[in-house]
Write a protein that binds this ligand. Sequence first.
Ligand SMILES: [Zn+2]
Length: 337
Amino acid sequence: MSILKSYTLSKLSYHMYLDKFTESDIKSLNKIITWFLWSSNLRPFEDAKSFKNTMTLSRAVHHWKNGGISLWDMKLRNDAQHIWILNRVIANQDVYSPYYQSWRNQIRHNKITSPTLKHSILLWQQFRPIMKLPPHQMKPILSNDEPLPLKLIYHNLINHHHKPVLTSGQFQLSLPPTKIDFTSTRNIFYYINSIKHHRGRNTVFRFFSRSLPGMAYIKQDSCKLCSANDFDPHTHYFFNCRVILNKFNLKHITQHLQIANYEDEWSLEKSTTHFYLCDESSDLTAIIYHNIWKHVSSILFSQDDKILDFSNQSIISDFDIHRNILKLINNTPTPAN
Ligand SMILES: [Zn+2]
């Protein structure tokens, strides 16, 4: 994502302040972005082909604390930049644009001849009600006495146009007994964000955002491990597959690692309670998720038949390494400035 934003889109976004994208521009751009983010390394980009998203735009545009990946919505980004620049012209701020003087004259005499200005005013007037302001008043939109920053304009547009959407799987998880919260400000992703074990956090994020690589492509009638039928692969492999459940013992693991008050039973419901605690137990839970995923994905997708181990020992040794790394980080004196 940072590669995409800093090396590619930043060059383009410079032009986005004044140039308006057409619908086909946006379509092509989104297609290239989808290809870059989601398709396999082996697949070259071809304009005529379409590429599969692992996450819909309406989910991907949100911050990852809200289950997205902060992907730019290129149309809204383009709109936000037009609104931002016009707002600054109206606020009489220094705007480094050759259009500036001419725009101010056109606005003052209420004779709008520039198509770009016309378009920007339209967007700006549509944006005002989102900020609970009357649309036609020609007064700048301020925040702390300054023209509203671009970031906030874009943020408000995103929240207005992309309401959080739950996948059918997430919808199921939001019902009793699990009742996992996906939409409030303190939703499950908010807590996932504080997991310290990087890979564990990544796997847990992908589990709850339903974006585990490859899972969308699985079309099989029964589980590859236990032959159960009629199953949701996402939750089955992590919580219901008896082959997986027989491979580890929580009591043994937590006693060995001396983690107190850990639920003995491994279920979605029970394990989720540990994420809300934001302590060692959330890291252990994330490490178990990650170990299950490494094992299952090597069975489902490995091309060289190398199956990654999953056992009490694999979990314990990952957690030991994690604990030692944390100790090292916490004991290292901060370098003098
Ligand atoms: Zn199974």
